[in-house]
Structure formats: structure tokens, C-alpha cells
Design a protein around this ligand. Structure first.
Ligand SMILES: Nc1ncnc2c1ncn2[C@@H]1O[C@H](COP(=O)(O)OP(=O)(O)OP(=O)(O)O)[C@@H](O)[C@H]1O
Length: 299
């Protein structure tokens, strides 16, 4: 079966700027894939090439096994869509449906999907930014696509608008559609996506599930005196597995060893006031991956 998205060794150069650098990624059927990276990392360029809006310098992209240009089964929201301000949301979708040959019979269904059915008769110009963006998603859904490509769908929205959009994307994913969305917001991707590809300076530096990206958990220990506790822990586990952060030890050790470790620390005369399994802060992981830590590839 053909994969919804396959990108192989893709590069794009704008003059001196290498915007995309031998980037490869794969989106599997039915997953919500987060394409995550700071502004300017090359996300929009990659998505534009994928949709046939831009030519690559080198490399290959495939949508359902086909080269770019053939967008059957694909819906996209990549730039702010151009809607007529004086027409209603419903009228705008009708115009678009006729123009693209999608047929107008799905207009109310897609308005309903994006929770705009009740406001479908209102002028586009009266919509909030979040509603405008959801109408853009509705437009992308007109052809009942199997794959939806969304470029920074929450950009510029207020917190409520962002939350609505997140709910919508999760629902779209749950309904069996494949979704590829780009974002520079880690928290957002973490909440919505099954898998994440992290891009930094045009290169894919990690591709994994959110849980795997975060890596193994650490054991967080607060003990007094802390320097002595760090010494004892280093003797037991090796220096490489001991870090002191924010007044606590972070130990790279399996959670099952917690009781044993506690016993050893207490036996060494230390007062242990906290000992718990903590997940690594994904923010930290993201920072390491995208700023100078790019060689610490996770996947
Ligand atoms: N038409 C262009 N001409 C020259 N440079 C460009 C052009 N488009 C993008 N770039 C550069 O390519 C790099 C990647 O840009 P791109 O827009 O793909 O990044 P992005 O990850 O989508 O970021 P953003 O979220 O800010 O759009 C940036 O350095 C950008 O300045």
C-alpha cells in the first residue's frame, strides 16, 4: 500500500540559503504527524514542495505513491485561504466547491465538521480569526481527502481559537484521516500528534513518537546534603548517570531501582525527602535538538 507521504533526501536552495537539507520523512496511514521546528526551519518550503507549489532542488516527494501535482485524495491549508469577505461562510464554500469541481453537496457536512454550521450564513468578514481558519480547514475537506496537510493551523489564533483547532484536528485524526501538520509549538504537537518529526535548519533531527522523543524517564531525588548524595549516587550508578538540577538529583536509572537506591542513600546517612520518577522535559529535548544539540539525534 502506498504511504500518504514519502519524502526522500529532499533539498531546496534559495540562492545562498539551503532552506531544506536532505530531508526524509514518512507519514503513515491514519496518523497525525507533527512537523515541528522553529520559525525558518524549512517547514513551509517542504510542504509547498510536497503539494507541487514549488520545485525541489533535489530529492523526491510522493503523495500516495504519486509525484507532486496529483492532489487526488489530498486537502491542504497552506496559506491563509482567499475568501470573499462579503459572502457567507457557506456561500464561500459553495463557490470554491464549484470552482474545484468538488460538488456542493458536502458543504454543510464540512461546515458541521469544523463547528461552523450555525454560523454558516454569516458574512465571512464577521468571523473571528479562529472561525476563518476553521473555514479554511472546511475548504480543505470539501473533496473528502484521505490526507490533510495543514501549515501552522493555529498561527495567530488566541488561546480559545487554538484550543478549538486542536480539538478539530484530533477529531479529524480520530475519524481515520491522515493529518500532516506543521507547528513551531511543542506543546501543541505534543497534545495532538501520534508522531513528530523535528526539523532544524532544514534538516530532520529526530522522528519519533512524543513518548520516545522524550526518552527514558529519570529518577528525581531530593536529599540532604545534596553534594554528598550526588557523590554516593555517582559511586553506585556511575558519574554519567547523575545530574544535579534545580536542587535535586536526576538519575538515569530504571524506576524499579528506586527502593534500592533509597536504601543505599539512607544507609549512607543522607536524609531523603523526595524520590519520584519524572519524565524528561520535552522542552529541553526540543531545545537540545534544535539549538546546537542537533547531533544528538534521537531516531
Ligand atoms: N522565496 C524565498 N526566497 C529566499 N529565501 C526563502 C524563501 N522562502 C523561504 N526562504 C528561507 O528559507 C528558510 C526556510 O523557510 P520556511 O518558510 O520554509 O521555514 P518555516 O519553517 O516554514 O518557518 P515559518 O514558520 O517562519 O514559515 C528561511 O531561512 C527562509 O528565510
Amino acid at each position: 500500500m502506498n504511504l500518504p507521504v514519502e519524502i526522500r533526501e529532499l533539498s531546496k536552495r534559495y540562492g545562498d540559503v539551503l532552506a531544506v537539507d536532505r530531508l526524509s520523512l514518512t507519514v503513515r496511514p491514519g496518523e497525525v504527524y507533527g512537523f515541528l521546528g522553529p520559525n525558518g526551519a524549512g517547514k513551509t518550503t517542504t510542504l509547498r514542495i510536497l503539494l507541487g507549489l514549488l520545485r525541489p532542488t533535489s530529492g523526491q516527494v510522493r503523495l500516495f505513491g504519486k509525484p507532486p501535482g496529483d492532489l487526488s485524495g489530498v486537502g491542504a491549508l497552506i496559506e491563509s485561504p482567499a475568501f470573499y469577505p462579503y459572502l457567507s461562510g457557506r456561500e464561500n464554500l459553495r463557490v470554491l466547491a464549484r470552482y474545484t469541481g468538488a460538488g456542493t453537496e458536502r458543504v454543510d457536512a464540512v461546515l458541521d465538521t469544523v463547528d461552523l454550521l450555525a454560523r454558516g450564513g454569516d458574512r465571512y468578514s464577521s468571523y473571528s480569526l479562529g472561525m476563518k481558519q476553521r473555514l479554511g480547514v472546511a475548504a480543505a475537506l470539501l473533496k473528502d481527502p484521505r490526507l490533510l496537510v495543514l501549515d501552522e493551523p493555529t498561527n495567530g489564533l488566541d488561546p480559545a481559537g487554538m484550543a478549538d483547532m486542536r480539538v478539530l484536528i484530533r477529531e479529524l485524526g480520530a475519524s481515520g484521516r491522515t493529518v500532516l501538520l506543521s507547528s513551531h509549538l511543542l506543546g501543541e504537537v505534543q497534545q495532538i500528534c501520534d508522531r513528530v518529526g523535528v526539523v532544524s535548519r532544514g534538516r530532520l533531527v529526530a522522528e519519533n513518537t512524543v513518548a520516545e522523543l522524550r526518552g527514558t524517564s529519570v529518577l528525581r531525588v531530593v536529599a540532604d546534603p545534596l553534594p554528598r548524595a550526588a557523590e554516593v549516587a555517582a559511586n553506585l550508578l556511575g558519574q554519567a548517570r547523575v545530574e544535579v538540577r534545580d536542587g535535586a538529583l536526576e538519575l538515569g536509572v530504571e524506576p524499579e531501582k528506586a527502593a534500592w537506591l533509597n536504601g543505599e542513600l539512607v544507609a549512607a546517612g543522607l536524609a531523603v525527602s523526595e524520590l519520584r520518577v519524572a519524565e524528561r522535559d520535552l522542552e529541553q529535548v526540543f531545545f537540545e535538538l534544535t539549538e546546537g544539540g542537533a547531533d544528538r539525534v534521537v531516531a
